[in-house]
Design a protein around this ligand. Structure first.
Ligand SMILES: O=C(O)CCC(=O)C(=O)O
Length: 314
């Protein structure tokens, strides 16, 4: 079976001035089917583990990947998060109800400050789990076992204020189909008193938004140990607990969406401007996940099809 963590090496020269959306049939990619590249921090999951996580997600709306990263890496990443936060300054808070976290310690777009965060967002076994829900099987322009979904958010937070019960989708539709999945990776232990995630079990199947003023009987706490990651449907009704110390440990909040949803940030422009060398070292498939094939074209001659293959990469 073909593994998901590939390194692709373009064999022919980069395509020059064709309008976007024209395929280069002469371009071949050779694949080095390595399980894990040297910069990968998140571990690979076995097929059995992936199957278990898919079953748990479908049933409950969330799953916990134990020790996606080692405790050693998590401590190192917490220290990096602290340094990034000290040097990068203020990140704009959300608008609307979630503006209540305006005074929390957050770093939006951590991937643009340190490549370890970028590698965590673009590699690791959690992507295989998420792909099962978000990969467009009709995409057609990429090999079908390659990821075509995109990263939407990659923020660090040291949570203080508890978040009320909410969802992170604009439309809540009944049943287990989804366009958005998200994950929280713990850089420290997240128990209930540290403000861990709380969710309504199986609420990913509901067709309505939660009432943030209610306490529901089906709420469960989802504590994490250092290095664990919880993955959940963005339509799952979820909240965070009160952090009794005021400031909890660092966590990395990741959201992924189907490729056709308006990208939340132009990560490609961000990375090409702020971390050009790192960007250039990404594999073609990592560039796709970063959103490189989901940027609207400004070329009037480009194809009316919005989808792009590897020859559309910049
Ligand atoms: O901070 C957390 O643990 C969860 C954050 C959350 O609920 C969200 O990002 O929607």
């Amino acid at each position: 079976m073909v593994p998901w963590n590939h390194i692709f090496v373009p064999v022919t020269a980069k395509h020059a001035s064709k309008p976007r959306g024209c395929t280069n049939t002469d371009k071949i990619y050779s694949c080095n089917f390595s399980q894990m590249d040297a910069t990968q921090i998140g571990r690979v999951l076995s097929d059995l583990e992936v199957a278990d996580h898919l079953a748990a997600l479908e049933l409950n709306g969330f799953t916990v990947i134990k020790q996606l990263i080692t405790a050693e890496h998590a401590l190192e990443l917490a220290a990096t998060a602290e340094n990034v936060r000290a040097s990068c300054g203020f990140s704009c808070p959300p608008v609307g109800r979630q503006a209540i976290i305006a005074n929390d310690i957050t770093v939006n777009n951590a991937i643009s400050y340190d490549e370890k965060f970028l590698q965590l967002a673009l590699s690791g076994g959690h992507l295989r789990v998420i792909a099962k829900f978000l990969n467009d099987t009709h995409y057609g322009l990429l090999p079908k076992e390659h990821y075509n979904f995109i990263l939407a958010q990659a923020n660090l937070r040291k949570g203080g204020v508890p978040l009320p019960m909410h969802v992170d989708v604009r439309m809540q539709s009944p049943g287990p189909r989804t366009t958005c999945m998200q994950a929280v990776l713990a850089f420290g232990t997240h128990s209930k008193s540290d403000g861990c995630l709380r969710a309504r079990i199986r609420s990913h199947l509901l067709s309505h938004f939660p009432d943030e003023n209610k306490t529901y009987d089906d709420e469960v706490d989802i504590p994490l140990e250092i290095g664990d990651m919880v993955v959940f449907y963005s339509q799952l009704h979820h909240a965070t607990n009160t952090c009794l110390n005021g400031i909890g440990p660092w966590k990395f909040l990741l959201s992924y969406r189907q490729w056709w949803i308006k990208p939340q940030y132009d990560f490609v422009a961000m990375l090409r401007r702020d971390m050009r060398d790192t960007y250039d070292k990404l594999t073609p498939n990592q560039k796709v996940v970063l959103g490189c094939c989901s940027i609207p074209s400004s070329d009037p001659k480009s194809s009316p099809s919005f989808r792009l293959g590897y020859d559309g990469l910049v």
